[in-house]
Design a binder for this molecule. Structure first.
Ligand code: MTE
Length: 338
C-alpha cells in the first residue's frame, strides 16, 4: 500500500470528502425524486468529486425540553473520546426535517413526542403497544458509548442511553416464522415538513423504513435508544425512541420509531429501494467495499475541533465491533451482501 505523507498545514481533500459525499447523496435523492431512479443510478460522479463547502453549523437548541434519565454508566468504553454534545445534536441526518445537516435541529424543535405509541407485532405470541412513559420505565436503562459511522464517511462517538432490542423482542415472544424485524418512523407531514416537501425531504418515499435479520436484532449490541448524554433524546436525534446498530452504517439506525414488525420474508428498506447499487440491506461498515462514488477506507471523526480539524482515521471492519458480530456473516460474501 502506498502511503503519501502530507505537510501538516495542508488541508487534504480527504478532510472534506465526507461533506462532498453527503452533498452527492442529497443530490442523488433529490434527482431521483424529480427524475426517477433510472436516470441516476450508476451515474458517473468521480470518487474525488468535491463540492467544496460545508453547510454544517452549531445550532442553539432552545425550545425542546429534555429530561435527565437514570441509567447504569458504561465503564467499558471510557477510553473513547466522545464527540461533544453540541455537535451530536446539531450535525444530523433526519431527512424528514430537511436533508441539510443543520436543518433537523432547526426544524424539529416543536416535534411532539408525548403522547407516543410504539407497536410491536407480527410473527410473535404477545404483540404489545407501548406508550411514552413505558419507553423509559419498562426496562432498566444503560449507557452505551458507541461509535456511529455514517455511510457519508464521517463518524462520531456518542454516549447513548437505552436497552437492548433483544429484551423488547423477548417480551413479545417471536415465533419460528420471525426471520426479519422491520422498523418504521412516524409518518406525520404536519410535524415533519420533509415528508410532503420533496425538495426539503430529499425525494424519499416516507415513512422511512429499516430492517434487520432476526439474529442481528437479537445481538446484544443492538440498542433501542431513548437518550444521549444522560438525558432523553432531542427530536433531531430521533426522540422519543430510535434504533442504534453500531456495526452498520448510520442509515440503519432509524429514528422516531412507531412500529416494529416481525416478518417472515426479507423486506425492502428506504435507502436500498432508492439506490440498491449504493445502499445494501446489510450495510455493515466495510473499509474494503467502497460506495460506487466514494471510498469507505477512512472517515472523518467529528471531535471537538472545528470544521477543518483533521481527524481522518482508518475505517475498521464492522466499525470495530467484529468480535461481537462477524460470526453472523461467516458464510456470506460481504462484497455481494453489502
Ligand atoms: N432515521 C430517519 N427516520 N430518517 C433519517 O433521515 N438518517 C439516518 C439515521 N436514521 C435518518 C434516520 C442516517 S443517514 C444517519 S447517519 C443517522 O440517522 C444519524 O443519526 P444522528 O443524526 O443522531 O447522528
Amino acid at each position: 500500500m502506498l502511503i503519501k505523507i502530507q505537510p501538516k498545514s495542508a488541508l487534504k481533500t480527504s478532510d472534506i470528502t465526507d461533506e462532498s459525499v453527503y452533498l452527492q447523496r442529497r443530490q442523488l435523492v433529490k434527482s431521483m425524486g424529480f427524475l426517477g431512479a433510472s436516470a441516476l443510478i450508476g451515474s458517473a460522479i468521480p470518487k474525488t468529486a468535491n463540492a467544496g463547502f460545508f453547510d454544517s453549523k452549531d445550532t442553539d437548541i432552545t425550545n425542546f425540553k429534555t429530561t435527565p434519565l437514570t441509567f447504569a454508566t458504561d465503564t467499558d468504553n471510557l477510553s473513547l473520546i466522545k464527540t461533544p454534545e453540541q455537535k451530536v445534536i446539531s450535525h444530523n441526518n433526519f431527512y424528514e426535517f430537511g436533508a441539510q445537516k443543520h436543518q433537523p435541529a432547526e426544524l424539529a424543535q416543536n416535534f411532539k413526542v408525548n403522547p407516543w405509541q410504539l407497536t410491536i407485532s407480527g410473527e410473535c405470541d404477545n404483540p404489545i403497544t407501548l406508550d411514552y412513559d413505558d419507553l423509559t420505565t419498562m426496562f432498566s436503562l444503560e449507557e452505551r458509548i458507541y461509535r456511529l459511522r455514517c455511510v457519508e464517511a464521517w463518524s462520531m462517538v456518542i454516549p447513548w442511553i437505552g436497552f437492548s432490542l433483544a429484551r423488547l423482542l423477548n417480551k413479545v415472544a417471536p415465533n419460528s416464522s420471525a426471520k426479519y424485524v422491520v422498523f418504521e418512523t412516524l409518518h406525520d407531514p404536519k410535524q415533519m415538513p420533509g415528508q410532503d416537501d420533496r425538495r426539503l425531504g430529499g425525494g424519499i418515499a416516507y415513512p422511512y423504513v429499516e430492517a434487520l435479520r432476526i439474529d442481528e436484532a437479537m445481538n446484544p449490541l443492538t440498542l433501542m435508544s431513548v437518550g444521549l448524554y444522560g438525558k432523553t433524546l432531542p427530536p433531531q436525534n430521533g426522540a422519543p425512541i430510535r434504533l442504534v446498530v453500531p456495526w452498520k452504517y448510520g442509515f440503519k439506525s432509524i429514528k422516531s420509531i412507531v412500529r416494529i414488525k416481525l416478518v417472515s420474508t426479507k423486506p425492502e428498506t428506504t435507502w436500498q429501494k432508492l439506490a440498491p447499487s449504493e445502499y445494501g440491506f446489510y450495510a455493515n461498515v466495510n473499509p474494503n467495499h467502497d460506495h460506487p462514488r466514494w471510498s469507505q477506507a477512512s472517515e472523518r471523526r467529528i471531535t471537538s475541533g472545528g470544521l477543518f480539524a483533521r481527524n481522518r482515521i482508518e475505517t475498521l471492519p464492522f466499525n470495530g465491533y467484529g468480535e461481537q458480530v462477524a460470526h453472523m456473516y461467516k458464510e456470506m460474501d460481504l462484497s455481494k451482501n453489502y
